[in-house]
Design a protein around this ligand. Structure first.
Ligand SMILES: Cc1cc2nc3c(=O)[nH]c(=O)nc-3n(C[C@H](O)[C@H](O)[C@H](O)COP(=O)(O)O)c2cc1C
Ligand code: SF4
Length: 485
């Protein structure tokens, strides 16, 4: 690879132990042993029914081997609705499987790693339809369409569909409104502003309990707490968005947009009490036209901290609004446009490159949070993959805790290798997003480096709770190990 990775400064073991990165930090109800954090990453390993399979358990066990201070389990659905192989926590029947995951992490980290689960709600998004099916079946025919194709208001639906099907692309664009065109070209996607739909209008009434129930199940499964997913392309981030124009008191002004998030926090806290850590992941910048910028984000974070949020984890972008057009039969993926590239920056991103790229956002948010609640830690993330980057971010005051997603995927042992003074053995992430490409296709996420077997000593095979290879039989499901001492 010709890409330049920044020079790593690896500490000796003594230096690592004296570092800020490896010093303890209070996070709500618990003290994390170190300021190292593995943020949520969906590995696409649960069943279609949302259960934690042995592969899911093994995945988290493998991260626990590296003993990060905190490990966050992937975005886990708070509703009991079909959502592909995404973990769910929307019913009590999911608790035993999640408890197995918790037990595995406790055991493999020797009790050192604190464990959170990220709780997510999302609205419906459909796959991009083909033109014939859309115009022939899905499109709801109205008099506007009749007028557009020059038919009387008494014209039967079938003739309108036939007339629409005969239009060329430009004519069709003139006949459809913006949402219909989006449904045709990208797949229909609900928005929090669709208040003409009763289930969307009712979200402020339904979501607080759904989140609270899910958080109670997380605690029953033995987690140390929950991370409320207020980031990226999902429901709660859409309420916080500057593009939320709801007129029912849950949109418009900053106060309106933050209201549901505060009500969710309050419902969760009431349900789980102060023995649970309750934090959130939020966006420092949506990176879309008309979206929320860091000044709003810092203001929201301060309101969260005042209301008793135990940590704020900062991410960036990852929105549907600028996603690339999917192929027919596929759904839009919110990490394909500029906002998505900012969320998981690669070495191909523009200046100043991916490394620590999003730290100015966590710094601004940290200042606002600490002005009202100095004890609430802020988690920084984005392109951090060496000891020096992580340590310097904390020393500069960019964040209190450092999250590393892809570096931890490339080498979950990297934290321990650093602590043990074996940093030169870290398998370093290339930041080229092979893993993210798999995520996009909902394929089992793996790292391209794991299959270069000569990189590590294989004398210590990973425990075999599940299968060893991906469904396509081509990739290792888990990272190889190297001896740590
Ligand atoms: C495969 C994959 C899955 C991800 N899944 C989630 C997720 O479930 N929830 C979330 O908040 N972020 C998710 N992310 C984003 C990461 O948590 C992180 O914010 C992003 O990768 C940037 O950090 P990094 O530069 O350390 O990788 C995912 C990232 C990857 C690569
Ligand atoms: S696949 Fe590439 S970007 Fe993803 S973790 Fe591995 S090296 Fe890093």
């Amino acid at each position: 690879m010709a890409h330049d990775l920044p020079q790593a400064r690896w500490p000796g073991a003594d230096e690592a132990l004296m570092s800020r990165l490896f010093s303890p930090v209070r996070v709500g109800a618990f003290t994390a042993r170190t300021r190292t954090w593995v943020p949520a990453m969906v590995p696409w390993r649960s069943t279609e029914e949302g259960d934690a399979t042995p592969e899911v358990v093994d995945w988290y066990g493998r991260f626990a081997d590296g003993r990060p201070g905190v490990l966050v389990v992937e975005a886990t659905g708070i509703r009991d609705v079909p959502s592909g192989p995404l973990l769910r926590i929307g019913d009590d029947r999911f608790v035993p499987g999640l408890r197995r995951l918790v037990d595995e992490v406790r055991q493999r980290s020797a009790g050192e790693t604190r464990l959170l689960v990220q709780l997510i709600d999302f609205l419906s998004i459909r796959r991009r339809p083909d033109r014939e099916r859309f115009l022939g079946r899905f499109l709801e025919i109205t008099d506007r369409h009749r007028a557009a194709v020059g038919l009387e208001s008494s014209a039967p639906e079938e003739s309108v569909r036939e007339a629409l099907l005969s239009l060329d692309d430009d004519e069709l664009r003139g006949a459809l409104n913006a949402r219909e065109l989006e449904a045709l070209e990208y797949g229909a996607r609900e928005r929090v502003t669709d208040t003409h739909l009763p289930h969307i209008a009712e979200l402020p009434r339904t979501l607080p309990d759904l989140f609270a129930d899910a958080a109670a199940r997380a605690m029953a499964a033995g987690f140390d707490g929950v991370e409320l997913h207020f980031a990226h392309a999902y429901t709660m981030a859409s309420f916080l968005s500057a593009r939320n124009t709801r007129e029912d008191g849950y949109g418009g002004s900053r106060e309106g947009r933050v209201r549901l998030a505060l009500e969710v926090l309050s419902a969760v806290r009431e349900r789980v009490g102060h023995h649970a850590t309750v934090g959130c992941r939020m966006l420092g910048d949506e990176v879309i036209e008309g979206g929320t910028r860091v000044d709003d984000a810092a203001w929201f974070a301060a309101r969260f901290a005042e209301a008793g949020m135990d940590f704020v984890s900062v991410s960036k972008g990852g929105k549907f609004e600028d996603a690339r057009q999917p192929k027919v039969g596929a759904a839009a993926y919110p990490y394909t446009g500029e906002s998505g590239h900012e969320c998981m920056p690669t070495v191909r991103i523009g200046a100043p490159g991916p490394f620590g790229r999003n730290l100015p956002l966590s710094r601004a948010i940290r200042e606002a949070v600490h002005a009202v609640a100095p004890g609430v830690p802020v988690v920084g993330c984005g392109g951090i993959g060496t000891f020096s980057e992580a340590e310097d971010a904390i020393l500069r005051g960019d964040c209190d805790i450092v999250a590393a997603a892809r570096q931890s995927l490339a080498d979950p042992d990297w934290w321990r290798k650093v602590v043990l003074g074996r940093g030169e053995h870290v398998r370093r992430c290339l930041y080229t997003n092979y893993c993210e490409g798999l995520d996009q296709k909902h394929k089992e996420v793996t790292c391209q480096l794991w299959d270069r077997r000569d990189l590590d000593d294989e004398e210590q095979p990973a425990p075999r709770l599940g299968r060893e290879m991906s469904h396509d039989g081509k990739r290792r499901l888990l990272p190889p190990r190297a001896p740590l001492s």
